[in-house]
Design a protein around this ligand. Structure first.
Ligand SMILES: [Fe+2]
Ligand SMILES: [Fe+2]
Length: 215
């Protein structure tokens, strides 16, 4: 079984969005959900520790190709790490499915096992609530983007920003974060999401209002 100490070496310590802190939070949440839902703890723990290990965070922050395929890279990395520890093929495949199915923006492989659903939910819970806000703002700052820019009509209806429209943290909230609560799979995660969602909605409403001199 990969350990938390091992995992520390697989992630950058200075990435506030997909670094080791994120992995640790996902690990503890995944463990909690797995216990509540009766999922296989060993599969879930391994998948949580490895799920972003091949995400290319060490690359330049604008290297979107690396992030786009990070779930495949992480699944490959996981297979090697687990095979080196003598894991059976079938259990390695179960971990790989969890990792490949965790990406919100890619629904080519959706989570069809309980373990994959637990990892997906734990990862998405880390994108909402107070921590989700902190990560969205940190991501924007890292990419030289503002916390708030007023989304165009075209962005709001199609998700495509207009030419020159900055993809602010608020854009990420509109496009993805505000919808996550409805996209969770397990009952345990849905319950936790209620409060996190409320906090986040209030924060982004306040951010929008302050940014436009309304409050
Ligand atoms: Fe990821
Ligand atoms: Fe993640």
């Amino acid at each position: 079984m990969p350990t938390i100490e091992q995992a520390r070496d697989w992630y950058p310590s200075d990435d506030p969005v997909h670094g080791f802190d994120h992995v640790l939070r996902v690990y503890f949440m995944a463990e909690r959900l797995a216990q509540a839902e009766g999922a296989d703890l060993e599969i879930v723990r391994a998948a949580a520790l490895l799920h972003d290990a091949g995400d290319g965070s060490a690359a330049e922050p604008d290297d979107h190709d690396l992030r786009r395929g990070h779930h495949y890279a992480s699944a490959e990395f996981a297979a090697q790490a687990l095979a080196a520890q003598g894991w059976a093929d079938e259990r390695i495949s179960a971990v790989q499915h969890c990792i490949r199915a965790h990406r919100f923006r890619d629904n080519l492989e959706s989570p069809h096992t309980l373990e994959a659903r637990v990892l997906y939910d734990a990862d998405k819970l880390d994108a909402i609530g107070a921590i989700g806000v902190a990560r969205a703002v940190a991501y924007a700052a890292r990419h030289g983007l503002p916390a708030f820019a007023s989304p165009s009509q075209s962005f709001l209806s199609t998700g495509q920003p207009e030419a020159g429209e900055p993809y602010s943290a608020y854009h990420e909230y509109c496009f993805k974060l505000s919808k996550l609560k409805e996209r969770l799979f397990t009952q345990s995660a849905r319950l936790i999401a209620e409060e996190r969602h409320r906090w986040m909605v209030e924060y982004f409403a306040q951010l929008a209002a302050e940014s436009q001199g309304e409050r």
